[in-house]
Design a protein around this ligand. Structure first.
Ligand code: GUN
Length: 294
C-alpha cells in the first residue's frame, strides 16, 4: 500500500484565498487593512527566511505586513518597549516575535508581554489557557494547520487513538488539546516515553513534532494510520568540498519512504505542515483583526 499524500502547499493556497477574500472585506468595511508586525531579533539564517516569508505572505493577501529586524544585542527592556508600542497601536492587529530569541532575552517575559488579543502565535498563557479550557481563542498556527490536514485526509477523530510525539508549548501541547476537543483519545509521548515505538504503533492518528530527523520508522506506524510530520530537519548528504557547499536535504521526523508504505495518508516534508503554518498565521491575523473591531 502507498499512502495518500497530504498536499499542504495546495491546501495552504486554498486557505490563503479564503483569507484574501476576508481581508478585502475587512479593509472595505474598516477603511484599513489588518496589520501584522513580525519581530526578528538577531541574524539566525533560518529565522531570517521564516520572517521574510511571513511578511511576504501577509502582503500577498492584502494584510499590512511589517518586519522589524532588531540587532542581536537588543536588551530585553528594549524589546519590551517595542512590544508596548505595538500593543498600543490601533492599526496593529497581530504581533509575532520570532523564536528562538538571543540568550540575554527571557522568552517567557516577552511572550507574556504581547497583548493576548494581538497574540497571533497563540503562545500567551491566556490563549494557551483558553484552549485548555475548551474555549479556544487565538490558537497556535502549526497545530491549526495540522488539524486542517487531518480534515483533508478525512480522518475520523471521534474515538480514534491519537498519539502526539513531542510536548512543546508551540506544537505538541496545543495539538493534543485540539485532538481532545475533537473527541480523540490522546496520548502525549516525549523523549522520556518508554517504548516509544509501541506507543506510536497504537496510533490511528500520529503527529510527530520533536525535531529529530527520521526518528519514527515505518514499522512504528499502524497500518492505515494518518501521519502528520511536523519536523523540518536539514541533514547533510555530502560534506563541503573543493569550495562547493555541503549537499543537504530537508527531512521530517518520520522516515517518509518507510512510513508511506503503511500509512493511509501522510504529509510530505517539505510541502506538508510547513506551508499550512504560514497560511494559518494569516488567518489568525484576520481573526484577531475582526475580534478587535467587533
Ligand atoms: N519559531 C519556530 N516556529 C515558530 C512559530 O510558530 N512562531 C514563532 N514566533 N517562532 C517560531
Amino acid at each position: 500500500m502507498s499512502a495518500t499524500l497530504l498536499d499542504g502547499k495546495k491546501l495552504a493556497e486554498t486557505v490563503r484565498n479564503e483569507v484574501r477574500v476576508g481581508v478585502a472585506e475587512f479593509t472595505k468595511t474598516h477603511g484599513r487593512p489588518p496589520g501584522l508586525e513580525v519581530i526578528l531579533v538577531g541574524e539566525d539564517p533560518a529565522s531570517q527566511i521564516y520572517t521574510r516569508n511571513k511578511e511576504k505572505a501577509a502582503k500577498e493577501v492584502g494584510i499590512r505586513g511589517k518586519l522589524h529586524v532588531l540587532p542581536a544585542d537588543t536588551s530585553e527592556d528594549a524589546l519590551l518597549r517595542e512590544l508596548d508600542r505595538l500593543n498600543n497601536d490601533d492599526t496593529v492587529d497581530g504581533i509575532l516575535v520570532q523564536l528562538p530569541l538571543p540568550k540575554q532575552i527571557r522568552e517567557q517575559r516577552v511572550l507574556d508581554a504581547i497583548r493576548p488579543d494581538k497574540d497571533v502565535d497563540g503562545f500567551h498563557p491566556v490563549n494557551a489557557g483558553m484552549l485548555a479550557s475548551g474555549r479556544p481563542s487565538l490558537v497556535p498556527c502549526t497545530p491549526r494547520g495540522s488539524m486542517r490536514l487531518l480534515d483533508l485526509a478525512g480522518a475520523r477523530l471521534e474515538g480514534a487513538r491519537a498519539v502526539v510525539v513531542g510536548r512543546s508549548n508551540i506544537v505538541g501541547k496545543p495539538m493534543a488539546q485540539l485532538l481532545l476537543a475533537a473527541n480523540a483519545t490522546v496520548t502525549m509521548a516525549h523523549s522520556r516515553t518508554k517504548d516509544l515505538a509501541a506507543v506510536c504503533r497504537e496510533a490511528d492518528v500520529l503527529v510527530v513534532a520533536v525535531g529529530k530527523a527520521e526518528l519514527v520508522r515505518g514499522d512504528w506506524v499502524k497500518p492505515g494510520a494518518v501521519v502528520i510530520d511536523v519536523g523540518m530537519n536539514r541533514i547533510e548528504l555530502a560534506p563541503a568540498k573543493d569550495g562547493e557547499p555541503a549537499k543537504t536535504k530537508l527531512v521530517g521526523d518520520v522516515a517518509f519512504d518507510e512510513a508511506k508504505e503503511r500509512a493511509s495518508a501522510i504529509t510530505p516534508v517539505p510541502g506538508g505542515v510547513g506551508p499550512m503554518t504560514i497560511a494559518c498565521l494569516l488567518d489568525n491575523t484576520l481573526v484577531a483583526a475582526r475580534a478587535r473591531v467587533a
